[in-house]
Design a protein around this ligand. Structure first.
Ligand code: ADP
Ligand code: MG
Length: 293
């Protein structure tokens, strides 16, 4: 039989928009001392838009957008959508591309007019070991200071343009970090985005620890590192890339609007897509389980 307190607790949780897939996780939540948040789509809205373009002479902005949109044609990533939208907004004619390949946590590649074209972030650049031209480096520094994500366009392995994308921090995220600190919980952020952007968002929110430029396959390792330091760790995420970290954490929390893979890897699902529910979850766990002792 299900103990009475647990039964009450799960229905209370359900009323608060939390689906408990693992009751032990719900009980453990009262002892959490560290919560790791995914950045994009969890702490931020994840609705990116291209706000600036820089090219290397003699490449034109429209040409750069056209090439990038062609290569992003097959990707479902938010960044791909933003680039396709920017090309569409400027009435750019997008060439056709073949041989699409998604490079998880790095970017995409395809062939356009017989040439290899890549679009991606800093993880892609380090993997291809490319030197970035000075005009693009300066552009990236400015964008990074403004917490904008920088995406590069490479033709035959050479960077020829960069795009700055802006995302918006969710209003609730400020409250979440403050409330968790009041509960004595440390807040960390885990992202595949650049150090610059991650640090800017973390400073804005008052986040304690930042893990940036982390490849999807390494996200769970960061959770393990925290656990090895003796922390009881929850991970909050929404993406396919977050699934291994959700599984690895002592408590995996999926944001309800997230991907199926994230939801299936989580112990607790926050149905309402509101990060403040993470705070409610901890408070509810503390209130419920204190009564049992
Ligand atoms: P996050 O960890 O922030 O949720 P991802 O793991 O999905 O992000 O992606 C990490 C980084 O890889 C992005 O910030 C971007 O630099 C690059 N990237 C991933 N997919 C794409 C894409 N389709 N187009 C361009 N860049 C991409
Ligand atoms: Mg995400």
């Amino acid at each position: 039989a299900i103990p009475l307190v647990v039964a009450i607790n799960t229905s209370l949780a359900a009323r608060n928009g939390m689906l408990i897939r693992d009751r032990i996780a719900m009980e453990q939540a009262r002892d959490l001392d560290t919560i790791v948040f995914d950045k994009t789509g969890t702490l931020t809205k994840g609705e990116q838009g291209v706000v600036d373009v820089e090219t290397v002479d003699p490449v034109e902005e429209t040409e750069a957008l056209a090439l990038a949109a062609a290569v992003e044609g097959d990707s479902e990533h938010m960044i791909a959508q933003a680039i396709r939208e920017a090309a569409h907004d400027r009435d750019v004619t997008v060439p056709s591309a073949t041989g699409f390949e998604a490079l998880k946590g790095r970017g995409v590649r395809a062939t356009v007019d017989g040439e290899a074209v890549h679009v991606g972030g800093p993880n892609l650049l380090s993997e291809l070991e490319t030197d970035v031209p000075s005009e693009l480096t300066a552009f990236a520094e400015d964008a990074g200071d403004d917490a904008q994500t920088v995406i590069y366009l490479l033709r035959e392995g050479t960077p020829i343009a960069a795009f700055a994308l802006a995302d918006v921090v969710r209003d609730e995220s400020y409250q979440v970090v403050d409330a968790l600190h009041e509960l004595g919980i440390e807040v960390a952020m885990l992202t595949g985005d650049s150090e610059d952007v991650a640090q800017a968002v973390a400073d804005d929110l008052g986040i304690d620890t930042v893990f940036a430029e982390v490849l999807p396959e390494d996200k769970d390792t960061k959770v393990t590192e925290l656990q090895e330091q003796g922390h009881l760790v929850a991970m909050v995420g929404d993406g396919v890339n977050d699934a291994p970290a959700l599984t690895r954490a002592d408590i995996g929390i999926a944001i309800g609007s997230g991907t199926d893979v994230a939801v299936q890897s989580a112990d607790i699902i926050l149905v309402q897509n509101n990060p403040m529910d993470v705070v409610r979850l901890v408070t509810l766990s503390k209130a419920s389980y204190r009564k049992m002792q």
